[in-house]
Design a protein around this ligand. Structure first.
Ligand code: FAD
Length: 390
């Protein structure tokens, strides 16, 4: 097909198994049939295509690495990465829905939850019967979540939760929220909230120019009574939310690369078809420079995320390596989207092509799950041993 070619300049496909390729093909076909034809319209209207929740569940895109006994896919990290790559080739918002559900809601329940919590929530989240969201960021605490003000007080048979969260993906449609709040000793704890709990509301965030097809909202807790069985029993401190973020950031490293690939594919095709001065614009050196640099960066990033995936499979990947890959993929996706947009001239600013939507989406992807600056500081700290955060 002429759509959705996969740039593979260094034959990275040879590093994949038949199962990996089959999984990629399945998600790619889904995106081609069910996302690409509709997503521009939803993004223009700033509407969440709610039907994708069930579809992504059926496809196995929710919690692919979660064990099968809890409804997950039991797959490896390369499979998970390829799924995110293909989803984000369609739209970063669609990939965000899957990242949040799998890595930020299902993963903490599976890693930190009690057996009852796992049995109650994971199977329904895996199928998409329930949608989940993850509340860490607050109005006054983004890059520095340790300063959070949301808090719980022990009231004997329940906790009383107060505070608020901001910028929460999936919030307006979620039945379940994994929320981080401080207990009376100041330790960060994780709680599972359900829609309908008294005092818990999820107002929608309007006016975004980015991730318009993803629903974003606040979480407001006004004396919410949370049953004791809804707290994660063991995990305490920032390592709880950070452990989930490492999994999600890993997926973003592959995902943002998918957006970059789609921009490159689109610009490459266009450059061969668009005639100016009696020649395809792809024949001009200035346009070739852009394409050559795009494919070079995509190829480097492909090798980086593949290697990171094998380290994840072996349990050897460090959060710092994940930070580097997330940051790199966002950087190249932002640059490639911008160059690709220019290559399409005026057509590049319209919704006829996916590039401008990717370009705007990447502005969120580069900011959420740790900003570009924060990931750079993580690398800086790792190589120097000196903390530049504070
Ligand atoms: P700030 O932390 O205020 O940062 C502002 C600027 O200061 C940035 O450029 C940052 O890099 C810089 N900066 C901060 N600290 C330092 C430092 N020490 N040194 C140098 N520079 C620094 N959060 C969730 O919990 N759940 C979600 O589902 C979720 N979804 C999101 C969806 C979207 C569309 C967006 C935009 C955000 C989402 N977020 C979510 C929030 C996101 O993770 C935060 O926006 C992000 O962590 C940055 O926080 P902030 O916006 O408060 O920016």
């Amino acid at each position: 097909t002429d759509q959705f070619q996969s740039p593979d300049y260094f034959l990275v496909d040879e590093l994949l198994t038949e199962e990996h390729k089959l999984i990629r093909e399945t998600v790619r076909n889904y995106v081609k049939k069910h996302i690409s034809p509709i997503i521009e319209d939803y993004a223009q209207r700033a509407e969440f295509p709610v039907q994708i929740v069930k579809e992504l569940g059926d496809l196995g895109c929710f919690g692919p690495t979660i064990p099968v006994e809890y409804g997950g896919g039991g797959l490896d990290y390369i499979s998970y990465g390829l799924m995110m790559q293909e989803l984000e080739r369609g739209d970063s918002g669609v990939r965000s829905t899957a990242s949040v559900q799998g890595s930020l809601v299902m993963y903490p329940i599976s890693a930190y939850g009690s057996e009852e919590q796992k049995m109650k929530y994971l199977p329904k989240l895996a199928t998409g019967e329930w949608l989940g969201c993850f509340g860490l960021t607050e109005p006054d605490h983004g890059s520095n979540p340790a300063g959070m003000l949301s808090n719980i007080k022990d009231k004997g048979d329940h906790y009383l939760l107060n505070g608020s969260k901001m910028w929460i993906s999936n919030a307006p449609y979620a039945q379940v929220a994994v929320v981080w709040a401080k207990d009376e000793s100041g330790d960060i704890r994780g709680l599972i909230l359900e829609r309908g709990m008294e005092g818990f509301s999820t107002p929608t965030t309007h006016g975004k120019w980015s991730l318009r097809a993803s629903a974003t909202g606040e979480l407001v807790f006004d004396n919410v009574k949370v049953p004791k069985e809804n707290i994660f029993p063991v995990v305490k401190g920032l390592k709880g939310p950070l452990g989930c973020l490492t999994k999600a950031r890993y997926g973003i490293a592959w995902g943002a690369l998918g957006a970059a690939m789609d921009c490159y594919d689109t610009a490459l095709r266009y450059s061969k078809e668009r005639i100016q001065f009696d020649r395809p614009i792809g024949g001009f050196q200035l346009q070739q420079k852009k394409l050559a640099e795009m494919i070079t960066e995509i190829t480097k990033a492909q090798l980086l995320v593949w290697r990171l995936g094998t380290l994840m499979n072996e349990g050897r990947a460090t959060p710092q390596q994940v930070s580097m890959a997330k940051r790199n993929s966002c950087e190249i996706a932002a640059n490639i989207a911008r160059d690709a947009r220019q290559m399409l001239g005026g057509m590049g600013i319209t919704g006829e092509y996916s590039i401008m939507r990717h370009m705007m989406n990447i502005e969120s992807v580069i900011t959420y799950e740790g900003t570009h600056d924060v990931h750079l500081l993580i690398t800086g700290m790792d190589v120097t041993g000196l903390n530049a955060f504070k």
